[in-house]
Design a protein around this ligand. Structure first.
Ligand code: KG4
Ligand code: ZN
Length: 367
């Protein structure tokens, strides 16, 4: 079964073709990140406009790239032979596509609309079933891509720019949320700390790079103490970074954060970045280790943009004893392959497809 995935929930316009939920045939991502850099974060209107420009070229590229795969082409011609009606374009990759999966939430309203309206139109025009995919639930599905044998129960840590969650998947679509953040997401904290230090957006990679030259124990930063071992809070940590930075340059809380990058020297920035990164990553790794002990899962999945952090991967390799599944770097950040994989498992479990005439976006969709 070949699924075309479409993803436009934030600033990435993405399309991918995935076979049987696990084999990646194409994965195209056009990011508008460079357009947002000047603002230090994603500007919704700019993201939506850039999705409009990119969506059809990205989908076409994903289909053309998938056509390089001989099996996809063979299936394509087999379908034509079996077809009752002549298909006008003999090389049309659409004849191999069995269904479309699209992100309908959560995310930016204007961005989600472009993906959902495109997917609905294509589903109607090409007569394909359409599956509605929850973006956050799809992140761990990036771990199914590849030749790995992922077993349930799967304990999943989802760490992205919008979410920080611990989820226990008992089987596909049957899961329990063990805990989540009550304020900022961990990726958002990386992005905000990058802004304080004058490092480029997105903050995850730039803070990680800056941290390499720093001492991770140089700055004393607090870990949030919450009632549940599986809930998170990162807004206090971000404020602690701001206060420590102001104190480091001999100023108090009245110093505007915009002046900090000019006053901190390179070593101070590296020490702050390294100390923040240690505390932020230890927070999620500690919770994951506690849950691993309590639930004894068969697999541990770590997914979402922050899972691309080499330091997080190093810590996980050291601490997690269960078979660990982390998507390859390009599949940690937003992509459509995880959307296609999630849609495949919906289809294979006979979950009902969406009505292509009715599917609407849900920017606040929860898991
Ligand atoms: O999953 P994602 O692409 O989008 C959301 O669904 O939010 O995650 C984006 C987040 C950003 O906050 C970014 O700073 C963070 O992932 N990120 C990283 C790395 N690459 C991206 N954080 C730490 N280390 C990285 N290498
Ligand atoms: Zn995401």
């Amino acid at each position: 079964m070949y699924i075309l995935g479409i993803e436009t929930s934030c600033d990435e316009t993405a399309a991918a073709v995935v076979k049987d939920g696990t084999i990646l045939l194409s994965n195209v991502v056009a990011s508008s990140v460079d357009l947002h850099k000047a603002y230090g974060g994603v500007v919704p209107e700019i993201a939506a406009r850039s999705h409009i420009e990119s969506i059809m070229p990205v989908i076409n590229e994903a289909l053309v790239e998938a056509s390089q795969n001989s099996e996809f082409r063979i299936q394509n011609s087999e379908k034509k032979l079996n077809s009752q009606f002549p298909i006008p374009n003999s090389d049309d990759p659409w004849s191999s596509i069995d269904a479309i999966g699209v992100t309908y939430g959560p995310g930016l309203g204007g961005s989600l609309l472009i993906g959902v309206m495109t997917a609905r139109t294509l589903a109607i025009a090409k007569k394909k079933p359409l599956y509605a995919v929850n973006h956050v639930e799809a992140h761990p599905y990036a771990a199914f891509l590849g030749d790995k044998q992922l077993q349930f129960p799967a304990l999943s840590l989802i760490v992205s720019g919008g979410h920080t969650m611990l989820v226990l998947f008992k089987s596909h679509f049957n899961y329990e949320i063990l805990g989540q953040t009550g304020d900022d997401a961990i990726g958002e904290a990386f992005d905000k700390v990058a802004k304080i230090l004058g490092l480029p957006y997105p903050g995850g990679p730039s803070v990680g790079k800056c941290a390499k030259a720093g001492d991770k124990f140089a700055v004393n930063l607090p870990k949030a103490k919450l009632n549940s071992a599986y809930d998170f809070s990162f807004s206090g940590l971000k404020t602690a970074v701001l206060r420590a930075s102001q104190a480091m340059v001999g100023k108090d809380y009245t110093l505007p954060s915009t002046q900090l990058p000019g006053l901190l020297n390179a070593q101070q920035k590296a020490n702050i970045a390294a100390s923040f990164q240690r505390v932020a990553l230890e927070t999620v790794v500690d919770a994951l280790v506690t849950a691993e002990k309590q639930y004894s899962p068969a697999s541990v999945i770590v997914a979402g943009g922050v899972a691309a952090s080499p330091e997080l991967r190093r810590m996980l390799a050291e601490k997690i004893i269960t078979p660990l599944f982390i998507p390859e770097f390009s599949l940690c950040t937003d992509n459509a392959a995880m959307i296609a994989s999630n849609a495949y498992f919906q289809a294979s479990l006979n979950r009902p497809p969406a009505d292509p005439y009715k599917l609407s976006i849900d920017p606040n969709l929860s898991m």
